[in-house]
Each structure stands twice: as C-alpha cells, then as structure tokens.
Design a protein around this ligand. Structure first.
Ligand code: FES
Length: 105
C-alpha cells in the first residue's frame, strides 16, 4: 500500500521539491520539468533537451529514467546524484533539491 494515499490522487509518482517541500505528481513518461510546470512550479530551464544543464538539480532519493539517450551529465556527476529534470522521468517517488524552484502566478 503506498504511503501517499489513493493512486487516483497521484497519477504516476510523487515528486517532492526541496527545500520548499512542494509535492506534485509526475505522470508516467513525462519529465520532471513538465510535471513541475503542470503543477504551477517554475524550475530553471533553457534547452529542455538535456544539453544546456540549466535545470541541473540533485536527486535526494528515488529512481529516475532519462527520456533521451545521452543526457549532458558526466558519470561522476550522475554518481553524485546530479540529474537533469528536463529529460528525467520518475521510476519511483522522488525527492530532489531544487533551490531555485518558484511558484508561478
Ligand atoms: S533545460 Fe537544458 S539541460 Fe535541462
């Protein structure tokens, strides 16, 4: 049984953004950036294809999958938990550090 209640309330997985603690759903196959925008949260971004690194954030917990073959990260950076939310989707509930996240509107 998931800790976060009925699946219908969370289509996909739950993303928690630190330090604010905002929580939002990540639909299967959608990027974390897409999910944030849909939830009214702005994350830094530019290219949205995994090359510019403007969206760089750190994965605190959970598992991601990349939607592109070659996200612009070094192996060392991946090992340290750095991710690119514009091309990453969720394989589990996630917690990421995104200090520049802002609520839109
Ligand atoms: S917005 Fe360019 S790498 Fe994510």
């Amino acid at each position: 049984m998931p800790e976060h209640g009925p699946a219908a309330a969370w289509p996909g997985h739950r993303l928690t953004l630190l330090p604010a603690g905002w929580q939002l759903p990540v639909p299967a196959g959608k990027s974390l950036l897409h999910a944030a925008i849909a939830a009214g949260i702005q994350l830094p971004s530019s290219c949205r294809n995994g090359t510019c690194r403007a969206c760089l954030a750190r994965l605190v917990s959970g598992d991601i999958v990349y939607l592109v073959d070659w996200p612009g990260l070094l192996a060392d950076e991946k090992a340290e938990g750095w991710i690119l939310p514009c091309v990453a989707s969720a394989l589990s509930d996630l917690v990421i550090e995104a200090p520049a996240a802002r609520q839109m509107g």
